[in-house]
Design a protein. Structure first.
Length: 437
């Protein structure tokens, strides 16, 4: 495969990476030549573009051998094995690092020209270069990005030798390459035009790139419980700008609004422009009595109260995301004749516990279960036969009840996002207003 220039390579790579758009990634270009390629990838995915400035730390007497790498934000990745084999002293290492840190800072300031650095924490990050030769720089970049908090690291390049892809694959979650020819001698041989990219072009492309979205508005709220004078349940409300819907989370047994799994899904929905409300369905004292966890009627009533409270903070239409016993509460609440909920998603849920109420659910319902969660899968299949609304059962291959396997929770987030987006009604006038009061 021969590329006309970096623009051509970037457009082709952007097409290949189109499936990642649903992850709402950050695209990082390795300067200088990787930035023109990354520019087209970012535009293809509608993603923010930034540079990843990395400096390899070379062994003093053998500079081509790196004992580590540094990145912005004080990130430092060191190979203890090479340090030990090279018998490097703390003074040797500090001297190399000081010189490289100075150059790293200079380049970062030059390229960004005052733009803030993208926050990578919890994000899918696609690192892009115009080609991979040995894989050393690409691998260092992936390690630095991971240390900066990225949840998933994808290395992408138009061309690379097969052995280099193997090395990069050891530190990246995924590697995407358009061509891996066995007769590889240099990156430039696969381009008709491989002229140098000047610093000015890097600065210009960053200035033209998609901007990061405005940060969502976050507020701690209190949900009043009907029939329990003075009882307020704490919650966390997040509203991205112009949120077209708000997903209310109903956690399962033994969990709370701090559930890391629900928070991971909520963060993905926020990045997709959906608001979220996570709140505690039970007080700590109530949770101490295990029977309360299975009191679906009470949980459903509290979920309905939280849904009603949403009108105080936003006019965006509500939806439910329930896990375990929380899924039963979500379906029971959605079955109420006056429920305003437009869609329901269940993750590893117990819809069977909603009993006869299943037949009254009108909101389109998605049931997500891991293929290895055999008992719950059987219960979901049985519950599905009682639903009269639009519904679907999605089985995540290889996943168990808590979706702890690599990529399983990411699949849950993508399925939920698609379901909420596909069924979202037209926003009412004033939708997306921020929390107040």
């Amino acid at each position: 495969m021969l590329f006309t220039d970096r623009d051509d390579a970037g457009r082709r790579l952007g097409t290949e990476l189109a499936g990642y758009a649903a992850d709402h990634p950050v695209v990082l270009g390795l300067p200088r030549g990787g930035v023109p390629v990354a520019f087209h990838v970012a535009h293809a995915l509608g993603a923010p573009l930034d540079v990843i400035v990395v400096r390899k730390l070379g062994v003093p007497y053998q500079p081509e051998l790196a004992f580590g790498a540094i990145g912005e934000g004080g990130v430092r990745v060191i190979s203890e094995d090479i340090v030990r084999r090279g018998r490097l002293s703390a003074r040797d290492m500090a001297s190399v690092e000081a010189a490289e840190q100075e150059e790293l800072t200079r380049r970062a300031v030059r390229y960004r020209a005052g733009r803030p650095r993208e926050d990578l924490r919890g994000r899918t990050v696609i690192v892009v270069d115009d080609g991979i030769a040995t894989g050393a720089t690409a691998a260092a970049a992936c390690q630095v990005v991971r240390a900066q908090g990225a949840a998933r690291v994808v290395m992408a390049a138009p061309v690379a030798p097969p052995d280099a892809l193997g090395r990069v694959g050891e530190v990246a979650d995924e590697v995407v390459c358009l061509s891996a020819p066995p007769g590889f001698s240099s990156v430039g041989q696969w381009y008709r035009d491989f002229s140098q990219t000047p610093d000015e072009e890097v600065v210009s492309l960053l200035a033209q790139s998609p901007r990061r979205p405005d940060p969502p508005e976050r507020a701690e709220v209190e949900v009043p419980v009907e029939g329990a004078a003075g009882l307020l349940l704490p919650g966390d409300l997040t509203l991205p700008p112009g949120a077209g819907a708000v997903v209310v989370f109903a956690h399962g047994s033994g969990s709370s609004r701090s559930s890391p799994r629900n928070r991971a899904v909520a963060a993905a929905l926020n990045r997709a422009g959906l608001g979220t409300l996570l709140f505690d369905l039970l007080t700590p004292a109530e949770e101490a009595d295990r029977s309360n966890v299975f009191d679906i009627e009470t949980l459903a009533a509290r979920l309905a109260a939280a849904t009603a409270s949403l009108r105080t903070w936003t006019q965006a239409p509500p939806a439910y995301f329930g896990a375990s016993t929380g899924a039963a509460a979500a379906l029971a609440a959605a079955a109420s004749p006056d429920s305003p909920v437009y869609a329901v998603v269940s993750r590893g849920g117990r819809p069977d516990l909603a009993g006869a109420r299943l037949a009254g659910v009108r909101a389109p319902t998605l049931l997500i279960v891991g293929s290895e969660d055999h008992q719950v899968l059987a219960l979901n299949r049985e519950a599905q036969t009682h639903l009269r609304c639009e519904n679907r059962l999605e089985i995540v291959p290889g996943a168990t009840h808590l979706f702890e396997e690599p990529g399983a929770l990411h699949e849950v987030s993508a399925l939920a996002e698609d379901w909420f987006a596909a069924h979202r009604p037209r926003p009412a006038a004033g939708a997306g207003a921020g929390p107040h009061g």
